[in-house]
Design a protein around this ligand. Structure first.
Ligand code: IVH
Length: 688
């Protein structure tokens, strides 16, 4: 149906259609990761719905996307008694095949199966490291969300859970009386890193790990703050169900939940037949090998008896079902001792204090260094040499010191101080006002900064130049063989082979990977340039929005701000980067060296001329019945119009509310059209 037909329908129907459209687009964006319309179009639909609801508050429903962030600051949370208790999972410490075999043997014994009976089928999935939540849908609409609490009684955290874009406010295709969906609310590692980075920049307290950050957000009393904490969700089970017959197996249940619009993790398997237990161990090992690359923390895998009738027969003992077991992985946090504090100089000249540690096995690898981020973090955490600290290593992020174990300091140790001169190049170290970071002022004179810029460009997630690691970059920079990024592509085999310890074979391999890296993608290239505040996600957003590097290089701050998740700091940083002639030169030279990627026309940007108020100027006066001045202004601007503070011959419409004053008199004098709020809303819909 076209927009015009849509607006001809009765308001109630219009609102229902807009809600359905918006919910569908949100599902594609948040759950499927396949946005179907440009962000600006989504915003426009959203604003239309907001305007409709503002004019007709009786149209607001619990599943309206405008209601995601709503409600007031609470004094505390109401208790919620779970209709079906929320259980926990027994952990099997033996992660070898014998552990899985023991579980299978136990299940078979409880089910009184003999050796001649067929194998039991198991569903294997991830054990997410977040917090369990019960989502209660009645007639398909999300009405309540509660934490696990003690398993019997949790807390009502509905306001906060509604802000999670991935959680559908209405289930697709089911309107059963009650469906309670259980799953894990968690924070992705990249979202966690970005959140902590923001906290650090503001000198605010950082979160210890994604689980704590997620738990804090869920139990935040102010829903507006919760909405700013980026949370995600995976469904993994059911609570109370009335009026719906769930599929007969757990794996089919997860498929059904996914079809209802709930996010379900794709990393799962069914271990079949006689290979049952060994299939489970294979899953544990395969996921273990992938663990670092997952975008979120897991602390193990879970095996569940697949048939739900068998699950029921097995039942549970003291809060733990007999039909499920968890196999853990090495912990991502460990204790060790700080043996020294060193300084590292990064790509942007930032001086980072790094704790030298007594080697410790964390998150599957041995860690000897962990970042302390900056002087203020170090002071806030009160870290000194000799302290026993908690080290966290998760995914391929740099291990960090998350805190000190109190009362373990051996004796008096002096406090740590930042050096005044860069330990690498001797340039002055400065800290700007309102900045938490100390920086070396040496710029590309500083070898450390040049090295880091090269390593950043070459990394797997950027240009993926295999073989260009720390040692080689040290040689290239220290030997002044490579000073800028494009010079990498001007290296010849001869120059390379002339380096110390560089065999002909490795020189040729590097040449081959340099050649291969030239065929890249725009997001990788952009990320590789090392523009401050442009991480992988922002690089992707920019590439999707603009499609072409030249458009990004020439984009104004305003145009950059139109990209989802790009705020003023990021926009400024991108603009500053491309205002520097030498940075544009680097891009040109890299292209001249043959670095290339496919480009497109950018997101289908709405043609402003099709907006209903394009080129029109409106003046607001008096108090409107439902819209505040700011809301009315936002709606007019979203529809392509301008709001002016004074009435003149150039004014197209004056919107007058109660107690309108001299502006209304002036409008009458000039013979201008005067509208009330209803008239404005019609205008916004393009009906006038
Ligand atoms: S099933 C068997 N499945 O682990 C009924 N729980 O120890 C219990 N968890 O509180 C829940 N991933 O927070 C289940 N794939 C998964 C899970 C999972 C993480 C958490 C959940 C629960 C705890 C139980």
């Amino acid at each position: 149906m076209s927009q015009e037909d849509l607006f001809a329908a009765p308001v109630q129907e219009q609102a229902a259609r807009l809600r359905a459209q918006l919910n569908e687009h949100a599902h594609r964006y948040h759950v499927l990761d396949e946005p179907s319309i440009p962000d600006a179009e989504y915003d426009r639909l959203f604003q239309s719905l907001q305007a409709l609801e503002a004019a007709h508050p009786e149209l607001i429903t619990a599943d309206s996307p405008t209601q995601r962030v709503s409600g007031s600051v609470l004094d505390g949370f109401q208790p919620v008694r779970h209709a079906v208790p929320m259980l926990s999972i027994r952990t099997e410490t033996d992660t070898e095949a014998s552990g899985a075999e023991a579980f299978d043997a136990r299940v078979r014994r409880e089910l009184e199966l003999s050796e001649s009976d067929p194998a039991v089928q198991y569903a294997a999935e991830l054990k997410f490291d977040g917090l369990a939540i019960n989502l209660r849908y009645e007639h398909g609409v999300l009405l309540q969300a509660a934490t696990r609490g003690d398993g019997e009684t949790g807390e009502d955290v509905t306001q906060n859970i509604r802000t999670i874009g991935q959680i559908p406010l209405r289930l697709q295709g089911v309107s059963a009386e009650v469906i309670e969906v259980r799953g894990e609310v968690y924070m992705r590692r990249d979202d966690f890193e970005a959140l902590n980075e923001r906290q650090r920049e503001q000198g605010a307290k950082t979160f210890v790990n994604p689980r704590n950050a997620a738990a804090g957000a869920v139990r935040q009393l102010d829903p507006a703050i919760a909405a700013q904490r980026p949370l995600s969700f995976f469904a993994y089970g059911l609570g109370e169900v009335r009026g719906w017959a769930p599929p007969p197996t757990h794996s089919a249940l997860l498929d059904a939940l996914s079809a209802m619009g709930l996010p379900v993790c794709a990393e799962r398997a069914v271990a079949e037949g006689a290979s049952g237990p060994s299939g489970l161990v294979a899953f544990h090992q395969a996921i273990g090998a992938q663990r670092d690359q997952l975008p979120f923390d897991i602390d193990g895998v879970v095996y569940k008896v697949n048939r739900r009738d068998l699950q029921e027969r097995l039942g549970f003992v003291t809060r733990e079902p007999r039909w499920a077991v968890a196999h853990k992985y090495p912990a991502q946090e460990q204790l060790t001792v700080v043996e020294g504090i060193d300084i590292q100089v990064g790509r942007t000249g930032k001086l980072t204090p790094v704790a030298r540690l007594k080697p410790v096995f964390v998150g599957g690898v041995t860690v000897t260094n962990a970042t302390l981020h900056n002087l203020f973090e170090l002071r806030r955490k009160r870290v000194r040499v000799g302290d026993t600290v908690i080290v966290r290593r998760a995914g391929d992020v740099i291990p960090e010191v998350v805190g000190v174990v109190p009362g373990q300091r051996p004796s008096y140790v002096p406090n740590f101080h930042m050096p005044r001169a860069c330990p690498v190049c001797g340039s002055a170290v400065v800290r700007e006002r309102d900045e938490v970071n100390h920086r070396c002022t040496g710029g590309l004179y500083c070898a450390a900064q040049r090295k880091q810029a090269l390593l950043h460009f070459a990394q797997r997630r950027a240009m993926d130049i295999e073989g260009l690691g720390d040692k080689l970059v040290d040689q290239l920079v220290d030997g002044e063989v490579v000073r800028t990024l494009p010079e990498l592509y001007k290296l010849g085999v001869m120059k390379l082979a002339a380096l110390d310890r560089m065999a002909d074979k490795s020189a040729q391999n590097l040449m081959a990977s340099l050649e291969k890296s030239k065929h890249t993608t725009l997001p990788r290239f952009l990320f590789g340039l090392g523009i401050r505040h442009v991480g992988e996600a922002t690089a992707k957003d920019l590439a999707r929005h603009f499609g072409q590097i030249d458009r990004i290089m020439d984009a104004t701050e305003e145009q950059l701000l139109a990209v989802r998740d790009v705020g003023p700091i990021v926009a400024r940083s991108i603009r500053t980067f491309f205002e520097q002639p030498h940075n544009r030169e680097v891009v040109e030279q890299l292209r001249a060296c043959g670095v290339s990627w496919p480009e497109h026309d950018g997101a289908a940007v709405l043609d402003p001329e099709t907006l209903p108020l394009h080129g029109k100027t409106l003046v607001l006066t008096g108090t409107l019945p439902t819209l505040s001045r700011d809301e009315a202004k936002a709606l007019i601007e979203a529809a392509g119009g301008k709001v002016s503070g004074s009435v003149s011959k150039k004014t197209h419409w004056v919107v007058a509310g109660e107690e309108a004053g001299s502006k209304l008199d002036k409008a009458r004098e000039l013979g201008l059209s005067v509208l009330d709020e209803a008239g404005l809303l019609m205008l916004l819909r393009g009906d006038a």
